[in-house]
Design a protein around this ligand. Sequence first.
Ligand code: F6P
Length: 553
Amino acid sequence: MSEMNAEGHSRLDQRPEWNALTKHREELGEVHLRELFAEDPQRAGRLTLTVGDLHVDYSKHLVTDETLRLLRELAASAGVAELRDAMFRGEKINTTEDRAVLHTALRAPESAVIRTDGENVVPAVHAVLLKMQVFTDRVRSGDWKGHTGKPIKNVVNIGIGGSDLGPAMAYEALRAYTARDMTFRFVSNVDGADLHEAVRDLDPAETLFIVASKTFTTIETITNATSARNWLLTGLGAGEEAVAKHFVALSTNEEKVTEFGIDPTNMFEFWDWVGGRYSYDSAIGLSLMLAIGPDHFREMLAGFHLVDEHFRCAPPEENVPLLLGLLGVWYGNFHGAQSHAVLPYSHYLSKFAAYLQQLDMESNGKSVDREGNPVNWQTGPVVWGTPGTNGQHAYYQLIHQGTKLIPADFIGFAKPVEDLAPGLVAQHDLLMANLFAQGQALAFGKTAEEVAAEGVPAELVPHKTFRGNHPTTTILASELTPSVLGQLIALYEHKVFVQGAIWNIDSFDQWGVELGKVLAKRVEPALTGGAEVPGLDASTAALVARYRELRGR
Ligand code: F6P
């Protein structure tokens, strides 16, 4: 195993900065947040940062100033800033795929110059944005007509992974900004039920399909798109000529788009330097632009850009993505935490955790470093969560009183979209009271003495005691606008980047999804045609046989 990585740094767990953190962790022991707050009345104010519209309180973390200093030193020794600058410059930091990583160029202003392979990519980005805008205006105004002359009322995005989760999440998040007289649906699963349920009540004459696939070879997407084409042509009683008015493509692969039968003039392009899970602010966001309109889409891009600039320029002490990344490293590598909960107190963010799962787990779910050596340290956490307050009545019990350390992010907004106020209780205040109360309960808990002082019988005291000391970040913004959504997503993108840089893994490839795809292709003929699949293991062969029996094959 190599002692040095490509940059000549020693391996992460052999660095003095890593050892200093191990030692510091031992010294801190089980220090309680109650003590940390009691020692420093200014803690809440001191450990709060602002980026754009996001107010980020990290005071309820198991850290001292020394912890933060040591973590920043680890980041410096791991070359996080250098890798960040290389990413922004368009260098090919995705080494296993030999690609630049330039999602930040998707939201750069038109005047920016960002080169990769000697070419400034910004003009092409803005040309595609303009093409999306012109198309969006035509569809939303009714100028774009379907095959029978009817305007488009329904938009169905067909894609999977990064070609689905981003637009689907953002559509939910920004529902208040959407054209409410149109219907938007997102189909991803190769389970035909997904497409069937999405189109069963739609009029094909008023329906536009957006086939979103970077590669245009993803089996789920191509299968769903083919079924959608059949549904459309059967429903319209029309031939192939109807496809042009009802199908557009978002892709990097013009050849495959044309082969599928979509006119390349109806293709919105993006590039191989945009990773799938970093792509919803590219052409992949067309369904979202159709929903919220070009101006709101551009506001969202400006929100992304604001946080990009903060990440690029803010000093380490004030750099929020750096800080959040380092806190994750602190818990994963020095406290043994295995998962990270994301708990938005906004129903509009119902798909936020699912989106972050791909962003984080597909990026940092790696076990070899950039040089191909096995890593000795934990990499990406399991990311999960649902909007508050639903989780409180489901799994929060485990976070409060279980045996696991689960760092969590609370996300909330001061202003609701609709301030429903039945009787005397404003619903939004009630929602936010829950967010604040949960952060408080998780941090400070309730001691056995406090429980006993309430007259609780001795045998019940242990059951009603809350240890507390569960670390959380609280992100508060005024309201969930397109810009704020862009800011939030960029914040998490760069947090993931920081962690990948520290762990010395390639956060921009995803080889781990390949094996399953290959095997599915190999198994499929055995399910349908009765062909024998050579080399099937005994368990899988028996399951296939049972499946065939159940299907009468
Ligand atoms: O799951 C693997 C993956 O390549 C993701 O990274 C990507 O977002 C998804 O499949 C869809 O890929 P495509 O956009 O090429 O259809």
